[in-house]
Design a protein around this ligand. Sequence first.
Ligand code: MN
Length: 474
Amino acid sequence: MRSKSFRTWLKYLQDTGKLAVIDKKVSLLYEVAAITKKLDGKKASYFTKVEDYEIPVVSGICSTREHFAEALETDPDKLIGKFQQASSAPAACRHVEQQEAPVKKHIILENIDLGSFPIPVHHEEDSGKYITAGLFIVRDPVTRKQNVSIHRLQISGKDKLGVLLLPRHTYHLYKQAEEEGRPLECAIVIGVDPATLLASQASTPFGIDELEIASALRGEPLEVVRCETVDIDVPAYAEIVLEGKILPHIRESEGPFGEFPKYYGPRSDKEVVQITAISHRSNPIFYTIVPAGYEHLLLGGIPREASLIQSIRQTVPSVQAVHMSPGGTCRYHAIVSIKKRNDGEAKNAIIAAFANSFDIKHVVVVDDEVDIFNMEEVEWAIATRFQAEKDLVTVHAAQGSKLDPSANNGVGSKMGFDCTVPLNSEPMRYKRIGIPGYHDMNVKQYINTESLGLKDEHLEKEWSKKVPASGFGG
Ligand code: MN
């Protein structure tokens, strides 16, 4: 497969003209983030000369839906279906020995120094350097199932990280350990293939190993290798692995940090990871995700869409597609298309969407002939198929995202727009205007690219007088 590892994916990006190699010396302080953001949604950035470091930095390896679809070897419109299928049928990983695992080429057990890696500072008010693209792996000691997630990791010392654990699976396992007074072992994996990266963000019930979803998504078992100092299995072809443990009963200052909603998550006292070992490939590549960029948003959005469509389908079987739009941070806004067969179905779809995730704040439901990935089309549907008096659903004082600054510590209002056409409406009323022949029109064959037929000697003189030598716009 084309995305077996981080490196094979980079090679693919280069071969297909989607990798910008930046050979000029750049600073880790904002400059890497600024350049990556300029190329966001277009190309991946590969920084070969990062100030003070030999190790290159890569960012933006998948910043469009098309990139993710290519990595998963499918079409953009089949991406969600493929992800959902893998999520519902995880497959076992394959254990390999140390000598088969490139990430074991160099193993550091003493004098650990996170400062030896080129870790950027991304945003203006960030408290410092952050690892933003580390797959954080822990193991449930009872079931032995692993859990994978991504957490923001502040560099707090040579061998110490501050970590934000939201109340989900990792946090649950950590609290269990802490109550027993023991640390929770972890591994932080930097630089994996896009399928494994995306699988780490699956919205799954507790107890599902996201690496097994990666195996299903890849269509072949993910090769994993045992860590040196912790009882954790990590992808064998990763670039860098940090091993460590989240310490019990210790909290230290972490934040502020620029987050996905394009605001700062606040500083507070948070859990601390003690690093116990580092392993890496020869000539490792450091990978960073610029927060709130398309790569970050889509990594959250695509797995959420897979989960959302499944939730809505339970109530409204005719749901066609869902879109967590980037303008809505790929978390707060859901656009849903349905093939309405019964009046009221759009409202049920709105309620089902709210129930799927506390993050979902605004839901727009449209008929299936509206392109939900074209926000101009969605706005058109709101403009012409919605009347607040009868088509608006509101719920107040519900739990939402704590990172939404307009909510009261996460508690706020939800709103749904039913923009579907009433079933009994008179046929011409909502008939979209159309030009016969438009869709199959190949306009190029009608255009004369040779000449406008305006040329004569006078025109030549006018050109030479008025147009500067450098061309139009001078
Ligand atoms: Mn999980």
